[in-house]
Design a protein around this ligand. Structure first.
Ligand code: CDT
Length: 309
């Protein structure tokens, strides 16, 4: 049996603060067309793809409103929806959403080849800080700008079971396992990862290693494909990691970007290869021991048995 799918990761180079959404969408459409020519049926774009990574500045929320989208598609992104439908190709797009209820989420929007929404994922792990921290060279104020989501749903789409995550979510093993427990076969992850991590600069030279480490482990331990797609390069003077990848359920990297700019990578995958891992080493039904994992959901920080937990 085989369930093949041709997948693309459309890595982006930087989007500067004064770059218009029209210019960004033009770039996305060029990559969508490239991916389609290469046979792709699904294209993953990065986190916060339509704007610069604005959490690097701390400003009053009302001043940041223009970085958020109130509806989707909107007048800027409609050409992307139209072109994708014309090409018969699905995509996942990351952007900041300001809901009618005033809630602000960092979202990943999955669209099928007919232009219909499959699902909109709200980023769960919101990194960085909420207050202005002047000691930093640049801010990472995501906790000021975004409310966390509270689930990792999966959807039947593109012939398989598809889930999503955004950037910092990829560092947490729970992200993959919660989707693994729903039988996920393909996880799409968009990211913006500055190379300089102010709280602990010893991690700076390890950014690329940690990026692949967590996604390869998540793929293998849950028998799923993972696509990690960056917005990389120098954006407003801040250098971000590129190295977008498509990873097999074995944990092996199938395709990897070689630039730090706009670049499409493609892989033809067989979703049935997830079975190799899901029915053997990681046969959850047979081998998991949930009674031994109670702390995972009952406890947030570190505590030992002697502490009464
Ligand atoms: N966008 C995002 O989540 N970036 C974080 C940066 C590190 S936390 C300041 C990441 O996990 O890559």
């Amino acid at each position: 049996m085989s369930r093949s799918l041709t997948l693309a990761a459309a890595q982006m180079g930087p989007v500067q603060r004064d770059t218009s959404r029209d210019e960004v969408v033009d770039r996305l459409i060029v990559m969508l067309q490239d991916a389609s020519e290469l046979g792709a049926e699904l294209v993953a774009f990065p986190e916060l793809a339509l704007t610069t990574f604005f959490p690097r500045w701390h400003m009053p929320l009302e001043e940041a409103d223009h970085f958020y989208e109130r509806e989707m598609p909107n007048r800027y992104t409609k050409p992307l929806w139209d072109e994708a439908r014309r090409l018969g190709i699905g995509f996942a797009l990351g952007y900041a959403r300001l809901g009618e209820n005033g809630q602000r989420h960092n979202v990943y929007h999955l669209v099928d080849p007919h232009g219909e929404t499959v699902n909109v994922f709200e980023k769960v792990h919101i990194p960085g800080h909420a207050e202005h921290e002047p000691w930093r060279q640049f801010q990472h104020a995501e906790r000021h700008y975004f409310t966390p989501g509270d689930d990792f749903p999966v959807s039947e789409a593109f012939g398989g079971i598809v889930g999503m995550a955004l950037c910092n979510d990829r560092r947490w093993s729970e992200t993959y396992r919660v989707m693994g427990l729903q039988g996920v076969e393909l996880i799409l992850i968009g990211y913006n990862t500055p190379l300089a991590y102010a709280p602990d600069p010893t991690q700076n030279p390890l950014q690329a290693f940690h990026n692949h480490l967590v996604m390869q482990a998540g793929a293998y331990q849950n028998g799923t494909y993972v696509v990690g797609v960056a917005k990389g390069g120098f954006e407003e003077g801040v250098e971000s990691l590129a190295q977008s990848v498509i990873i097999a359920p074995s944990g092996q990297i199938i395709a990897q970007a070689i630039t730090t700019g706009d670049e499409v990578i493609v892989a033809r995958i067989d979703l049935d290869h997830t079975r190799f891992y899901k029915t053997t080493l990681f046969d959850f039904e047979r081998y998991r021991v949930p009674a031994a994992y109670r702390r995972i959901t009952e406890q947030r920080g570190v505590a030992r048995s002697g502490d009464g937990v």
